[in-house]
Design a binder for this molecule. Structure first.
Ligand code: FAD
Length: 828
């Protein structure tokens, strides 16, 4: 029986315990394979200078060493404290197999999820198909098909032995000249004023131009050497291996890897048996929190935790129902090892804000899968000074001081337990919230709205309306917030609305070189004193790194505003440019000090004018002007700008004044019918005005010309801003694709972004964001299409939940902005 007897369970636990004090390669691997691994080569030479020092010889660190050396970097040194693969990486199956993988849907909503996934992968090179139950049965004949509705098949998937993978990469790294040194535990890291690092090990010290932390579940400890608290926590993960099963042995070809999403486990063939790995719920899973509070036990290497089959029993039962031959199988091995989790389970990859020349490649929940790609990605970034493509989800700077240990633990639990839950659009996860980083309005608004999580902040997404369903009900189709968001849209278009924008990233920049620095960083000109503009930081290759609002507050002093998710991402870039160019500037991150309220709509002026003696009239307070003034006696920096495209102001004020300012505005606006609005309505409003969003329409995969940002890019300005030369070349060569606005009539679903665009039976592009347009009562989306298909009136199709909807390219914007309407009216 697969269900283990108490005796067998005890036996397994003993085996695991026995491994705890067995040094070197784990015994179970050798036993199972019946052979020892070849002796590990050790390096004897030592270098005292390195271009890059990589700390950690797991699959991730070794992959980076390989790619850097292969790309021609001299003096790549990897320091490993014991031996290669001594961390999480050794947990292995055998060989390289590519039988494909199938995710199994047993509920209709899963089928929707597969369709949602299909349109997202449709415009990428990776092959993926939805397959019918008959095909699944053919590929996986041992499956109980009773509940199976569909499968998501990835023919390129497979499994590999991490030890061999790492050793192959190590051999390649050495071949190209990298030094892989072990045992060489890094014991201290000291930065020098020129940006280089002193790296100490008992075997010697060396100076590095850059260090990369790839220390797996010790990464937190390496971070602590330089005063950082990386938000990482080890969790226990178990998998079970069975003995030979006659029905498996009789198969003519290897079974595809199976993921039963409802049962929350993966299962694959292991020789003539099966290997089964479950993800327990967040209540049952085990976090190794003592490693965070007291550190990884000294000397911990390739040990295992004690196995605990009770914890995974419900998954075992689900697997036995789905793959009945498991009922007759014997367990020959249970592996329970540590995996490092970040709060959102995605790794942290890239340069770290606040510490020069310190890079990380840490927090890998699926490091074997990711190692190859991440090594290449990071190597390209290090060598070329910009990410080779957009992978913003992995930016280590998405976390910050708000990511406490309690938060990290709560999130790691949730992320582990949610490994196989349905991934809805606009998904919210609630563990660990709220953090300490709430806006001054949090208490006031908490019970009135559905909050979204943005870099530690809580921000209203949509507000509850009387007699409406207020629950969080995510869906692939329009759901319970569709009507409330429509009301908020009207509120802003017809009356006046207030929105909490406190999560914005905010920086103060001043000093004698501030103008020169910003002129070098931004593709736009520097706004005049008292004015604001939208400016983009480009990469050397002329792609969009970031978009900021730049306000010139007093001569040489600037307030820079960016989105909530890009605060430290942008700050790092600015700081690096300042240091590199030797600019004499003071850069201050004032994100947590300031709150921001947006007031927008045709009656915004009337409401605010009641609260300030400052003249807010069209001529006295122009579009994009910025002034410091008092609103209800509260000091604010007011910018006449609104992402809604309607008449509006953003009011920057001390965070502790937020509630008083909000109350004053709401009271003053009673007569004008003032009310709240959230970011969902804001999104619909900005899409109608054809305002691009950073991270969607523009990122480091796009250049500003194809994104339709020409207006903000001043190729003729005297300063040689970053990316200028590259952009001139892009312009001279001509564009291959362009961002366009599309409308489409659907039934009950709206585009979100990342959907495939079809033309004559072929995928030709992708949407970048979308929404319902409450003004024309159709869906609206931005999309990249080939230049020859980018004319107004061109018809294409947008794939949504497995159906292609006819769409047409429209003249943007769908709705004119308030300043444009004003200008046109004056002309008449
Ligand atoms: C049971 C189990 C099953 C898994 N299954 C899968 C799977 O199916 N697919 C998948 O993709 N992933 C899987 N994983 C996760 C995967 O093993 C890890 O994500 C991956 O190995 C992480 O690799 P790494 O290089 O980041 O870290 P590690 O392999 O932990 O390597 C870090 C290295 O840094 C060294 N080090 C630490 N501190 C120092 C220091 N101060 N100086 C020098 N060296 C130092 C360590 O000795 C270690 O060798 C599984 C993990 C477990 C436990």
């Amino acid at each position: 029986m697969f269900r283990p007897s108490a005796q067998r369970l005890r036996g397994l636990q003993l085996l695991s315990c026995g491994l705890r004090d067995s040094p070197g390669r784990p015994r179970w691997v050798s036993r199972r394979e019946g052979e020892e691994n070849p002796p590990l080569p050790t390096e004897t030479k030592w270098k005292d200078r390195a271009e890059t020092v990589i700390i950690g010889g797991g699959c991730v660190g070794v992959s980076l060493a390989y790619h850097l050396a292969k790309a021609g970097m001299k003096d790549v040194v990897l320091l490993e404290k014991s031996e290669l693969t001594a961390g999480s990486t050794w947990h292995a199956a055998v060989g390289f197999h590519q039988p494909g993988s199938i995710r199994i849907a047993t509920t209709p909503v899963r089928v929707d999820e597969f369709k949602y996934q299909m349109t997202r992968t449709g415009w990428h090179a990776t092959e993926q198909y939805i397959i019918e139950p008959e095909k699944i049965q053919e590929m996986f004949p041992l499956l109980n098909m009773n509940k199976v509705l569909a499968g998501l098949y990835n023919p390129g998937d497979g499994h590999i032995d991490p030890y061999s993978l790492t050793m192959a990469l190590a051999a390649g790294a050495r071949k190209y000249g990298a030094l892989l040194k072990y045992p060489a535990p890094v014991t201290s890291l000291t930065s020098r004023s020129d940006g280089t690092w002193d790296v100490e090990t008992p075997q010697g010290s060396l100076r590095a131009n850059r260090i990369v932390n790839a220390a797996g579940f010790w990464a937190r400890e390496v971070g602590q050497m330089i005063g950082l608290e990386h938000p990482l926590i080890p969790v226990q993960h178990q998998y079970v291996v069975t003995s030979s099963i006659p029905e498996v042995k009789a198969l003519k070809r290897e079974l595809p890897v199976l993921r039963d999403l409802e049962g929350s486990y993966y299962l694959r063939q292991e020789r003539d048996g099966l290997l089964f790995g479950p993800y327990e719920s967040q209540e049952k899973m085990k976090v190794q929190d003592s490693w965070v509070t007291s550190g990884v036990p000294p000397g911990f290497g390739k040990e295992l935790f004690e196995s605990d089959l009770d914890r995974i029993m419900e998954h075992v039962e689900a697997a036995m129902e789905m793959v009945p031959v498991l009922k007759t199988a014997d367990i020959i091995n249970v592996v329970n090892g540590p995996i490092t989790y970040s709060p959102d389970i995605l790794p942290m990859v890239g340069p770290h804000q606040g510490v020069r020349n310190y890079w990380v490649a840490i927090g890998f929940g699926y490091g074997i899968i990711h190692a190859g790609g991440v090594g290449k990605y990071l190597s390209d970034w290090i060598l070329h000074g910009e990410p080779p493509f957009d992978l913003i989800e992995l930016d280590p700077n998405r976390y910050g001081k708000w990511t406490t240990t309690q938060y990290t633990e709560a999130k790691a639990r949730e992320s582990y337990g949610f490994n196989n839950i349905v991934g809805y659009p606009k998904e919210e996860r609630f563990a660990g919230r709220p953090t300490q980083r709430v806006s001054g309005l949090y208490k006031t608004l908490e019970s009135k709205c559905s909050m979204g999580f943005h870099a530690g902040w809580e921000q209203p997404h949509w507000f509850y309306k009387p007699d409406q369903d207020n629950q969080y009900r995510p869906s692939f189709r329009r759901t319970n917030w569709f009507e409330p968001v429509g009301c908020e849209y009207k509120q802003v278009m017809q009356r006046v609305g207030v929105i909490d924008l406190s999560p914005f990233g905010k920086f103060n920049i001043k000093g004698q070189d501030s103008i020169r620095l910003l002129d070098h960083l931004f593709a736009n000109v520097i706004p005049k004193v008292g004015f604001t503009n939208i400016s983009h930081m480009l990469t050397p290759k002329g792609r969009v790194y970031a978009e900021l609002t730049v306000s010139h507050q007093s001569p040489g002093e600037f307030l820079l505003i960016t989105g909530s998710g890009s605060e430290l991402h942008d700050l790092r870039w600015i700081e690096e440019a300042a240091v590199k160019g030797g600019y004499d500037v003071e850069i201050k991150n004032i994100t947590d000090e300031l709150g921001v309220l947006g007031v927008a709509g045709p009656r915004a002026r009337k409401v605010l004018q009641k609260l300030t003696p400052e003249d807010l009239s069209e001529d006295a307070f122009k579009f994009l002007q910025t002034k410091t003034l008092k609103v209800s006696n509260i000091p604010v920096t007011a910018i006449r700008i609104s992402y809604t495209g309607e008449l509006g102001w953003e009011l920057y004020h001390r965070r502790e004044d937020s509630a008083a300012l909000y109350d004053a505005i709401m009271n003053a606006g009673q007569e004008e019918g003032i009310d709240n609005f959230g970011t969902y309505a804001m999104n619909a409003l900005r899409l109608e005005k054809a305002f691009r969003a950073w991270g969607s329409e523009m990122n480091c995969d796009t250049n500003p010309l194809e994104a339709g940002l020409e207006y903000f890019v001043k190729l003729n300005k005297p300063a040689d801003f970053i990316g200028k030369q590259a952009l001139k070349q892009i312009k001279a060569k001509g564009l291959k694709r362009r961002l366009v606005c599309l409308t489409l009539a659907t039934d009950d679903v709206d585009p979100e972004g990342n959907e495939s665009i079809w033309y004559h039976g072929k995928v030709v592009g992708n949407t970048t964001s979308g929404s319902y347009s409450y003004s024309i009562q159709k869906s609206l989306a931005f999309a990249y299409v080939p230049i020859e298909l980018s004319e107004v009136g061109q018809e294409v199709e947008v794939e949504l939940l497995g159906k292609n909807y006819p769409a047409v390219i429209i003249q943007e914007p769908l709705v004119l902005t308030e300043p444009t309407r004003n200008r046109l009216q004056k002309k008449r």
